[in-house]
Design a protein around this ligand. Structure first.
Ligand code: GDP
Ligand code: MN
Length: 387
């Protein structure tokens, strides 16, 4: 779960990390009040769950009240499209109004659990700012990576090494020790998947300041961080993913045009692989779970059909806890209720499969039945190829 910048900064400030003074505003008037109170110049920053705002006009500096009014009016309500928002963009409902800062240098720092190495990884660079992706691509030697054993924790030598690689002077290094310790503690104590500070600036007043903060919390750990769970803001999330979540359906949007409905995450992954191998592309991952019932199947159907990109559907169920006859009744009911108007391939195996097949065959619906998983993938790919 992603936090907004202002939420991330509130969290990190509780760990003694230096963040600029700022206030959140939802309209021009309250934004201006905040700016007046902070004093000019101010930075006005769109609060959306995506980076790259600076380049897209979502971060603007204002030297006086008139510029602040103009910046607030242009950012609030805008649809921000950045490299990270996806095609439809994010509508800006809130801005963070912050004290303007005089920057001497922009660093990049992030901490994240690195699954490949099984360590906490600290990434640092002297080339912070808006173009870190380009730095990583063109001059990878300017990116330092430090691996921290999660059981031993962050040690002074880690910090010293990073300070050396970032070429910090004595005054900076002293502050950097506390800063990195506090940031590391914030990440581990809150089960963060990412804390990315870009830029971490060194200011004209000779202090470090976290000018931007991107924080992602491990959703699976929210049960033990009630305070963080309360910060959830779903307005930027895919509406179909939200809808699916209401029915405890595990749905993830993908790029293709084959809607898929499968019981069990592993089977769903295998199904998507086979669809790809047969030359077609799934529009989604949808795991209805091992204990799905007819009502959940119908909800699943509605979610697939609500996606205008979906041109054909593949249902792949192994009837264990969910019996095939129950599934078949669910499919028939859902197909009738939603007046389904596209090809549906069904592959069904397991408990009560004969009864299930009878129900499908007797339904008068134009369902294509498959004998096994590969057959199902090939049939759906054939159909997709002819669309
Ligand atoms: P992002 O583009 O979404 O990562 O947004 P950031 O918060 O990182 O802002 C983008 C850039 O705006 C930063 O790299 C800074 O160069 C600049 N910026 C943001 N706040 C200030 C500020 O208070 N003063 C100055 N001079 N520049 C700022
Ligand atoms: Mn940034």
């Amino acid at each position: 779960m992603k936090l907004h910048e202002y939420q991330a900064k509130e969290l990190l400030a509780r760990y003694g990390l230096p963040v600029p003074e700022g206030r959140v505003a939802e309209n021009v008037e309250s934004g201006l009040q905040a700016a007046d109170r902070l004093g000019y110049p101010v930075a006005i920053k769109a609060q959306v769950h995506a980076g790259g705002r600076g380049k897209a006009g979502g971060v603007q500096l204002a030297r006086d009240r008139d510029e602040a009014r103009e910046a607030l009016a242009s950012i609030l309500g805008m649809t921000l499209r950045t490299a990270q928002t996806g095609g439809q963009g994010c509508r800006v409902r809130r801005v963070l109004v912050e004290q303007g800062v005089e920057i001497c240098h922009e660093f990049y720092i992030s901490i994240l659990p690195d699954r490949a190495s099984g360590t906490m990884m600290i990434i640092g660079s002297t080339e912070g700012g808006t173009d870190i992706e380009a730095v990583a691509a063109r001059t990878p030697e300017k990116i330092s990576r430090i691996h921290v054993d999660p059981f031993a924790g962050l040690q002074p030598f880690h910090i010293r090494r990073l300070a050396f690689e970032l070429d910090l002077n004595e005054c900076q290094e002293k502050q950097f020790f506390d800063l990195l310790r506090n940031l590391y503690r914030a990440v581990t104590e809150n089960d963060l998947l990412l804390a990315e500070i870009n830029p971490l600036v060194f200011t004209a007043a000779d202090t470090f300041l976290l000018l931007d903060a991107k924080v992602e919390v491990d959703s699976s750990a929210l049960f033990r961080h009630r305070d963080l769970a309360a910060l959830r803001d779903d307005t930027d999330r895919d509406p179909l993913e939200l809808e699916a979540g209401k029915y405890r359906l595990n749905y993830i949007r993908l790029d293709g045009n084959i809607g898929t409905m499968v019981n069990g995450a592993g089977l769903a992954m295998a199904t998507m692989d086979l669809i790809k191998r047969a030359g077609a592309a799934p529009a989604n991952f949808l795991d209805v779970g091992g204990g799905a019932n007819a009502v959940m199947i119908e909800h699943g159907f509605r979610i697939l059909l609500a996606d205008p990109r979906v041109k054909a559907i593949l249902i792949n169920i192994f009837g264990g806890i969910l019996r095939c006859d129950v599934l078949a009744r669910g499919v028939v009911a859902a197909a009738r209720a939603t007046a389904i108007d596209m090809p549906v391939v069904v592959r069904m195996e397991g408990t009560n499969v004969e009864e299930g097949r009878r129900i499908l065959a007797g339904s008068n619906l134009a369902l294509v039945t498959a004998v096994d998983l590969r057959d199902a993938a090939e049939k759906i790919a054939d159909i997709a190829g002819g669309l």
